[in-house]
Design a protein around this ligand. Structure first.
Ligand SMILES: *[C@@H]1O[C@H](CO)[C@@H](O)[C@H](O)[C@H]1NC(C)=O
Ligand SMILES: *[C@@H]1O[C@H](CO)[C@@H](O)[C@H](O)[C@H]1NC(C)=O
Length: 447
């Protein structure tokens, strides 16, 4: 009997492994609990899809202009104030940072962060409605019954939680970390590294904020029994070794993370995830940086709407910043200082609205390795991609970088309407992204 059970178990594992898809173990197809979570997630994603994405584009651009006007105005006030109080100047340079970093009480008012998110993830509330939970223990020794005080314990609770850290620490996850809905992982105030271990998996959930973490050197996970909520644990197959894997999830915000050198992607967003903002982050030392949509035949990714704003794509990067399929991608006020192959690309008719970025092409030392083109259409004839909506507006192109646009003529585009605002020009990007990545915030001081 024991042997029969063993054989059965082996067969189940075999079946699960053979239907593995990109990103995560697919226990969900054989497990009722995951099936339920998937169908709930699908309904949430359809609900979060914005029928007029250009209004979200316009809202963000307006916020950038307003923040600049206020920052200029307050500079004069601050100088006057400085003579009296010895409080350092506020270092915010974009609307998200301007919303919270100047408050010396930021550590007592952490949940105000949810008022700051803009772009497609603008409704993300993370753990706002929950209690604070402090991670005190960097270990990850029990994947099924995680020890109280660990990050794995915190992210698998059923109730909303705003997760903070007792001190700076390095968390080496033994396998992927499966995050549940309504969680904020807030590393502000300490230097928290999630590194050398399993990826962060955000699968079939909603309302997750990932803030101020160093995420690097993540490895492929072998899988095994892993807890995915208070009520459920189960067998997982391998995980890719992404930094963050967002799978079938809605209302996600990633801000001020520093990421490098993971096994697969730094951030992969797949399986009709939508309502996502990735901002103020710093990416280095990686080949395939961001994949938005993993499969040519998965047209449900049409509902993907993602904002990539105020990020710095830096040293040692090669390609995919991002590579997108099907969805709507607003790429705005990012600094691209390094790429080896291309910066922004994709296939399957994605919409790419590139505004106010700075693209600095790598020098061409050998004509055979000429990567001056910012864009790349993968595996598609020009007769087809000429209709894809890829637009560059107010981008700053340096070192002979060039962006090949496509799609209908400019005047027919909704964002060229007179009532929509021009994006802040790429000339300002160096300033806007100056504090991309994790921050050295100290309590009782502006950050
Ligand atoms: C900027 O100045 C305005 C008006 O003086 C003030 O209400 C606001 O709080 C200031 N903002 C910051 C972030 O200091
Ligand atoms: C790189 O390629 C572009 C487009 O084909 C071309 O215009 C440019 O002159 C090339 N640069 C060099 C240095 O060969």
């Amino acid at each position: 009997m024991g042997m029969l059970n063993g054989l059965l178990y082996f067969l189940i594992i075999l079946i699960q492994t053979s239907i593995a898809v990109e990103g995560v173990g697919v226990e969900e197809y054989v497990d009722e609990w995951w099936q339920n979570r998937e169908s709930e997630a699908r309904a949430k994603a359809l609900d979060a899809y914005h029928p007029e994405p250009f209004s979200v584009v316009d809202h963000l651009n307006r916020k950038v202009h307003t923040a600049f006007a206020e920052m200029e105005g307050n500079k004069t006030n601050n100088r006057r104030e400085l003579r009296h109080k010895k409080r350092g100047p506020c270092l915010a340079t974009n609307p998200i940072d301007w919303c919270w970093r100047c408050d010396p009480n930021w550590a007592k008012t952490r949940k105000k962060l949810v008022d700051c998110v803009i772009g497609f993830g603008r409704k993300t509330i993370g753990g706002k409605k929950g209690k604070f939970y402090t991670v005190t223990d960097a270990s990850d020794n029990d994947l099924v019954n995680p020890k109280p005080g660990t990050l794995r314990y915190a992210v698998t609770r059923d109730e909303p939680l705003w997760i903070i850290f007792a001190r700076s620490m390095v968390i080496k996850l033994n396998e992927e970390l499966i995050v549940t809905s309504y969680k904020t992982i807030d590393g502000r105030g300490h230097q928290v590294h999630i590194a050398y271990g399993g990826q962060i998996t955000v699968q079939f959930v909603e309302h997750v904020i990932i803030h101020s973490l160093h995420i690097h050197d993540q490895k492929r996970g072998e899988g095994g029994m892993i807890r995915s909520s208070v009520k459920h644990y189960g067998m997982r197959t391998f995980s890719d070794g992404d930094g963050i894997n967002i799978f079938g999830s809605t209302n996600i915000w990633v801000d001020h993370v520093s990421m490098s050198n993971c096994m697969d992607g730094l951030i992969d967003v797949i399986q009709s995830s939508t309502a996502i903002t990735i901002s103020n982050s710093h990416f280095t030392e990686h080949d395939e940086v961001m994949l938005f949509g993993a499969h040519d035949e998965y047209s449900e990714d049409k509902i993907m709407q993602i904002t990539l704003a105020f990020n710095h794509f830096g040293k040692g990067l090669k390609q995919r910043m991002p590579r997108g399929r099907y969805g709507f991608f607003h790429v705005v006020n990012n600094d691209y200082t390094h790429w080896l192959m291309y910066a922004v690309g994709g296939n399957q008719n994605p919409t790419i609205i590139s505004q106010g970025n700075r693209f600095k092409a790598p020098p061409v030392t050998n004509p055979k390795h000429n990567a001056s083109e910012v864009t790349k259409r993968e595996f598609t004839e020009e007769s087809i991609w000429k209709d894809w909506l890829w637009k560059s507006e107010n981008d700053l192109l340096l070192n002979h970088a060039f962006f090949i646009q496509s799609g209908p003529k400019k005047y027919t585009l909704p964002y060229s309407r007179k009532d929509l605002i021009q994006p802040k020009h790429g000339n300002y990007v160096h300033q806007i992204t100056r504090y991309a990545g994790t921050l050295p915030c100290k309590e009782n001081k502006p950050c």
